[in-house]
Design a protein around this ligand. Structure first.
Ligand code: RAM
Length: 380
């Protein structure tokens, strides 16, 4: 994670001007021949724009063309339509964050028949359809860390100086005799593979003995479809129902919506953590070491370097189109030095279910809190 911090210091000039969404990276529709496509879940989500920023940077550096496409609605059908057009137009590779587990087989077969290699990042494509999937961190690492953060925030314990969430949670719960804590989850859509995977891991974490009788093993899950207005409605439902003490939102849209809704209802006492972008969360979080994090709606949250995730995705896609990476376990590709990151090598691994083709970037999610928020709000 040191490299992340160094990068934060060195990359303040990163330009966040991807305001035109659902667009293509400079090419006109019908002219995507030889282009490497990034297809996100839906338009209007800065996370997808930042990922494309890193993707394009690497493709540009290789002299490759790239395009960014996203449907207005986060549905499989809308993505399939985009994919169909891209394949017909003769793209070189397709990378996607999926809106569902099913419904891609026919279009992916069309891609295979056309010799277009497929990749996924963020929300995974089924292993039998893709060359590789880029995971920012392990799914377990994210699910576990989000529950740990919610427990500590519920107990008004700051992010630990030694960054050891597990140790702090074990110590805090050992002496906890208060009422059972209950957490809510404000997710994306009911079908989104990536969020659903993290929620499974959150539930698994809550099965551990340390939580028994102290934290309710059930999560109250609501879905805002990664649309700001719908996510705000769901955040307000948490406030009026008043059943949970902390909302965990594993989506940047849910985080921004809940941050706003909770700030407008200061008497609710509900706190927020999850996976958020510093630029979108700065009004709801502490920004300096002198701030009292518990006077803010979101004392600390997590994510990873989304721009670099896009670089790794492009590195995999480029290597595959060059014939030097096939996504099989042990197969690897090299990423040049970008920003303050050094040159690196990534290796494909097996999925937990034994299916080939995953690249994991780092072990744990990166925590944004009062000591580092100021470094990141202009970056991500
Ligand atoms: C949102 C999207 C994306 C997710 C991030 C954390 O931007 O839903 O898929 O991974 O949040």
């Amino acid at each position: 994670m040191k490299t992340l911090k160094k990068m934060a210091a060195g990359a303040l000039c990163v330009c966040l001007t991807f305001a035109v969404l659902g667009c293509s990276g400079g090419q006109k529709p019908g002219k995507e021949d030889g282009v490497n496509a990034w297809v996100f879940k839906s338009s209007g989500i800065i996370f997808g724009d930042l990922l494309y920023q890193g993707f394009k940077e690497v493709m540009d550096s290789k002299g490759e063309k790239s395009t960014y496409q996203a449907p207005a609605e986060p549905t499989v059908t809308a993505q399939v339509q985009i994919l169909d057009e891209l394949i017909t137009q003769g793209v070189k590779s397709i990378s996607i964050s999926t809106n569902g587990d099913q419904g891609y087989d026919r279009i992916m077969q069309k891609a295979k028949d056309a010799g277009v290699p497929l990749f996924s990042a963020d929300s995974a494509l089924s292993p039998d359809l893709r060359v590789t999937h880029i995971n920012p961190t392990s799914q377990t690492g994210i699910g576990t860390a989000l529950i740990q953060a919610a427990v500590l925030i519920n107990l008004r314990i700051p992010y630990p100086a030694d960054k050891d969430l597990a140790k702090a949670v074990n110590a805090a719960l050992a002496s906890y005799n208060g009422p059972e804590m209950k957490f809510g989850v404000l997710s994306a859509s009911v079908d989104t593979p990536v969020q659903n995977g993290w929620i499974v891991k959150m539930h698994e974490e809550l099965q551990k003995d340390i939580y028994k009788g102290k934290v309710n093993p059930e999560l109250d899950v609501k879905y805002g479809n990664d649309v700001l207005t719908e996510s705000t409605t769901q955040a307000n439902a948490f406030i009026s129902e008043n059943k949970v003490s902390v909302i965990i939102s594993p989506t940047t849209i849910g985080m921004a919506a809940a941050g706003q809704a909770l700030s407008a209802a200061p008497n609710s006492g509900i706190k927020l953590t999850g996976l958020g972008l510093p630029s979108e969360m700065q009004s709801f979080m502490p920004l300096s070491p002198n701030d009292d994090e518990f006077s803010k709606v979101c004392p600390y949250m997590m994510l990873w370097d989304v721009i670099d995730m896009g670089r790794v995705l492009a590195g995999a896609a480029y290597a595959a189109t060059q014939g030097t990476f096939d996504g099989k376990p042990g197969s690897s590709f090299q990423l040049d030095a970008y920003s303050s990151y050094p040159a690196r090598t990534y290796k494909a691994e097996n999925d937990p279910d034994g299916k080939p083709g995953t690249v994991v970037i780092v072990g744990d999610p990166y925590v944004f809190y009062k000591d580092n928020m100021a470094d990141w709000i202009n970056v991500l």
